[in-house]
Design a protein around this ligand. Sequence first.
Ligand code: ATP
Length: 138
Amino acid sequence: MATLELKIVTPEGPVYEGTVNSVVLPGSEGQFGVLPEHVRFLAPLKIGEAVISSSDGGDLYAAISGGFTNIDDDKVTVLADACELSHDIDVARAKRASELAEKHIKEFEAEQEEVHSLQEQQAALERALNRIQISGRV
Ligand code: ATP
């Protein structure tokens, strides 16, 4: 069976490297799947879930916090702003981050603060909620 070589790297280092049957990624226009013999492709990623079907069976799930992917000749490289495999997610930390972001969003809305800061807090909330959701994956 044809396979893909998947690498997920972040500014802090590699998160995953292995041979996979397929991978589903959170494209900025929606989730998309990559199978062997995919056309060459460069795509932006948003905050969301990656589903990695490894060649030795079993799926792995990862929280992606945006970035890019490059697909070329059965090599899939994901350059993520941040990425955690589901079992590495610290749920208590993500809950604290979501509560803090929600608090800041309420304050910004009340005080009509800069839209830019509000957007930063909305992105922080989205990252935290994504991590909480994916931490429940097995
Ligand atoms: P926090 O406010 O908790 O730092 P954040 O969304 O601002 O959350 P990021 O800037 O996206 O954090 O990530 C910074 C680093 O911390 C990255 O290496 C990321 O993988 C890691 N990280 C962030 N949140 C978690 C979490 N809940 N569990 C495990 N690793 C996390």
